[in-house]
Design a protein around this ligand. Sequence first.
Ligand code: UD1
Length: 417
Amino acid sequence: MDKLLITGGRPLAGEVRVSGAKNAALPIMCAALLTGKPLVLDNVPRLMDVRTMAKLLALMGVEVGNQENGRLQLQAARVANPEAGYELVKTMRASVLVLGPLLARCGRARVSLPGGCAIGARPVDQHVKGLQAMGAEFSVVQGYMNASAKRLRGARIAMDMVTVTGTENLMMAATLAEGDTVLENSAREPEVVDLANCLKAMGARVEGAGTDVIRIEGVPSLSGATYRVMPDRIETGTYLAAVAAAGGKVRLTHAAPDILGATLEKLHETGARISTGTDSIEIEMGARPKSVSLSTAPYPGFATDMQAQFMALDCVARGTASMTETIFENRFMHAQELQRLGADISIQGNTAVVTGVERLQGAKVMATDLRASASLVVAGLVAQGETLIDRIYHLDRGYEALEHKLSGLGAKIARVR
Ligand code: UD1
C-alpha cells in the first residue's frame, strides 16, 4: 500500500493552483439525478471520492463521461436502479446525498445507512426527518433505508442542528417537489451556495442559499446545464497552514479568498503576511509561527475540516493554544500521531491544549481520516528528518496531486510502496 515519505525542514516557495472543491463537486454530481438532460461540470477535482461518486451514479444507470481537463459530463436519461449499496456508502458518507434526488426523481430510493465513522457517530436523522415532512415514507430493512413518495410535497422544515449534507439533500429534493419548501436552520457553507447556483442554472427556483433560511419553489422538471465547481477552500487552507508552519512564500491561484475569512484571520494571528487578489492568495512566513487558539463552528465560523491542520501548526508554534472541536465528537485522532513526532498535546473532552515545541522529529505515522492525514503532512514538512505516513488512501480521497503540488513548492516528498 502506498505511503508518503517526507523529509522536512525546508521552507515552501512558488505557486500552486487550487483544485475544484470536493465538498461542492459531490453534491453537484448528485444533482445530475434530478434531470434527464446532460449536466456538464467544469473544475471537477481528480479525487478518489469523485470516482466513488461517479461509480455510484453509474450503477444507478447514469451515463458518466470520461473526466478530462476537469470536465465531467453526467446524464441520467433513465435511473434504472435508484439504489446506493453498502459497499460504496461505507467508503464515502457523502453517498447519502443521492437520497433526496432519487426520491424526487424516481419516487423511491434504497440507500444503505452509512454507519459510524472514524470521526464520530454522524447520524442522518435530519435528512430522514426532512424528507418525511415532505411526505416520504421510510423503513429500515437489513441496514438499508427504503424510502418512497409518489411526489414529494413542499414543507416547512426546521433542522435541529446545522448539517451541510442534510441541507443539500433537502434542497435538492425540494426542487422537484409540489409547492414551496422552507428550510430553517440551513447550513450557510459556501458549498451549499455552489449547489444552489448549479440547481438554479438547471432551472430550479432557490432563494436564500448562504443564509440560514432557504426557500425552494418546486418545479415539474429541471433541465441540463454547464456549471463550474467552486475552488476548494479546505485545500487552500491546508496549503496556507503548511506555509505558516514550514515558512516560505507561496502564491495560490484559482482560489476564492472571500470564503476563507475565519482561516485567514487565524493565519494573520500566527504572524503570517497575507495578501489577496480576486482569485489569488499570497502568504509569506519568515519566522516561527505564534500559536493560535480556536473553536470549530459551522460556517462562517472556523471549519472543523481545518482543525487538524492548525493543530499541526500549533505543535511547532511559540506559545500554548487551546483548540475546541464542537462539530464531531471524535476528531482528535491525529493528536496521538502528532505526539509520535514529538508534539506536546493534552486532550480533555473536546478540547486539546497544544504547547509548541522548537522542533518535531520525523517518525512513522498513520493517517486515520482525510483531514487528519493533511495534518500529518503539515507536521512532516516541518519535522526534522524523515516522516513516513501510512494509509494515505485517506489523502487521495480529498487532495488532488498533493505530492506533485508540494514538490512544485520545493518540498521533499514522494509516494513510496
Ligand atoms: C460535511 C462535509 C464535511 C465537514 C462537515 C462539517 C461534505 C461532503 N462533507 O459533512 O467535510 O466536516 O460537513 O462541516 O460536505 N448530524 C446529525 N444528524 C444529521 C446530520 C448531522 O446529528 O442528520 C450531526 C453530525 O453528526 C455532526 C453535525 O451534525 O455532529 C454536523 O454534521 P454535517 O454538517 O451533517 O456533516 P456532513 O454534512 O456529513
